[in-house]
Design a protein around this ligand. Structure first.
Ligand code: ADP
Ligand code: GLC
Length: 468
């Protein structure tokens, strides 16, 4: 079975969030289970591509309406990723160091057309095309509807929805950019009088998955306008929980962290990492350290953080460190809070992969008050590093964290509210003070297995059911 994952992000090449982590890990795990799983993504001019070498496999031109752009398919030399990777290089559109921008409709549509033009030329075509999120959501439509891709119409397609908030909408003025198809079927592209790539993918893909079972159910009630579509298509939809790459995220071998550790050395290992963080960010290492790592957006409950931190820190029983970027008002509020809680609070506005690893390792608690959380990987990384999750009970968080009061290991809160969140944080402080219970919990979570092995197999079984 030859599976081609198509995505805008893939770790370690280009990462904005969890989508990259999933696409950089799932194919690797699938390849340990007798498949040939590959990735196709845009070629960005970023730190990774500047540092590595590539071979050009194919050259041509891609049409977007009346415009024509030269493109190349490249592959990575000295590839140690655990899967084959191919890149669509369209210098005029994609040679940026960022992944997303305001002209994404044109950038990603051209990427998708070039991708399919190249797949058409392959002697050995994929047996499954697996599309991730709306950026590549027009592929299932074009494969089944566009005249020039007629030869691809019997290849099963799978769409994974990592986040239904973003749908890639664009206006009908750009309709002619989509390779010619029978206009009778134009409705497949439509949702609320716009071209909606995510809706088109839900309609046209052979199967639709979401990244946790709870999120699948939640989407039927709240999916930024697509609820009724997901209800209608529910027979072909299934929630499959993400896993984590336990080689990249391993406290025993992680080269980013200050001191490596296992369950038996967790106490001293975490202490060394916590000390590093407390020294670097001027925090009190005697107090429980709560961290937040993530995008500062409404979905993550980011606007609650400044006030909740302020209330927690007033009691002078905790330290807090935040790593993230996003909404500029929230960033500003978080920054000015430093003056008020100097010595127990700090924030790093920006993106820093290395620091994130040290924070998973050095923190006592990881905070995720998400409003929406399709899966969430942070809480699973935290568990692996012996950091107790304090999370809202939603989506993938609900599927991976059990409250300590219900024979579990984490702290859950129900509402997206400052009071609920602060109450949960205070429960964390209490747990920390109960040293025996705290240590027992910390040891137990490091044993939880969230490796991709199981879910990679579930995806493979799903592909098999489509290839019969
Ligand atoms: P989402 O994809 O919605 O942002 P996930 O929990 O699935 O959320 O994944 C987030 C990923 O991005 C994790 O690997 C997390 O460590 C990483 N991450 C988020 N923000 C930052 C940041 N500011 N610096 C470093 N890593 C970050
Ligand atoms: C999205 C979701 C996040 C999920 C990630 C990987 O970015 O917001 O919850 O973990 O995709 O599937």
């Amino acid at each position: 079975m030859k599976i081609l994952h198509i995505s805008a992000e893939c770790y370690p090449i280009a990462k904005v969030g969890g989508l990259a982590d999933v696409v950089g890990a799932l194919p690797k795990y699938q390849n340990t289970q007798k498949t040939s799983s590959q990735v196709l993504m845009p070629f960005y001019e970023n730190a990774f591509t500047k540092k590595n070498q590539f071979t050009t496999l194919y050259q041509s031109k891609v049409n977007l309406g009346n415009q024509s752009f030269p493109f190349e398919i490249k592959t990575l030399k000295n590839n140690k990723l655990g899967f084959d990777i191919f890149f669509v290089s369209i210098p005029e559109l994609l040679s940026t160091d960022y992944v997303y921008s305001s002209d994404d409709a044109d950038r990603f549509l051209t990427f998708q057309i070039a991708a399919l033009d190249w797949i058409l030329t392959l002697k050995k075509k994929p047996t499954i095309v697996h599309c991730h999120d709306h950026h590549v959501g027009l592929i299932p439509f074009m494969m089944t509807q566009s005249v020039k891709y007629n030869e691809l119409k019997d290849i099963p397609t799978v769409l994974t929805i990592h986040n239904a908030q973003y749908q890639g909408w664009f206006s009908y003025e750009k309709l002619a950019n989509i390779p010619k198809f029978d206009m009778v079927n134009a409705g497949l592209l439509d949702w609320d009088s716009q071209i909606n790539p995510l809706a088109a993918a839900i309609k046209c893909a052979w199967r639709v998955t979401t990244v946790s079972p709870s999120y699948m159910e939640e989407l039927k009630k709240e999916a930024n306008g697509l609820e009724s579509l997901l209800q209608h298509e529910s027979d072909k939809c299934v929630g499959i929980l993400n896993g984590i790459d336990t080689e990249v995220w391993n406290p025993e071998t992680d080269h980013y962290i200050e001191k490596n550790y296992t369950i038996s050395s967790v106490q001293s290992g975490k202490k060394a990492n916590k000390n590093y963080l407390c020294k670097r960010f001027n925090l009190d290492n005697k107090k429980p350290l709560f961290v937040f790592i993530g995008r500062l957006v409404g979905e993550k409950g980011a606007e609650l953080l400044p006030k909740a931190f302020d209330l927690l820190l007033r009691e002078n029983k905790s330290s807090v460190l935040l790593l993230g970027s996003g909404n500029s008002d929230v960033e500003h509020e978080l920054e000015i809070l430093r003056d008020k809680h100097n010595g127990t609070y700090n924030t790093f506005i920006g993106y820093d992969e290395k620091l994130s690893h040290i924070m998973y390792a050095g923190a006592d608690f990881l905070l995720m008050p998400s409003r929406v959380e399709p899966c969430g990987l942070n809480q699973m990384y935290a568990l692996r590093y012996g950091t107790i999750p304090v999370v809202r009970s939603i989506g993938g968080l609900k599927d991976t964290v059990i409250d300590i009061n219900e024979n579990g290991f984490g702290i859950l809160h129900k509402e997206v509210s400052i009071s609920d969140m602060v109450y949960a944080l205070k429960r964390g402080v209490e747990l920390y003070q109960d040293t025996i219970k705290f240590k027992k919990t910390r040891n137990s979570i490091m044993n939880i297995n969230h490796s991709w092995d199981t879910s990679a197999k579930t995806y493979i079984n799903l592909y098999k059911s489509l290839n019969q």
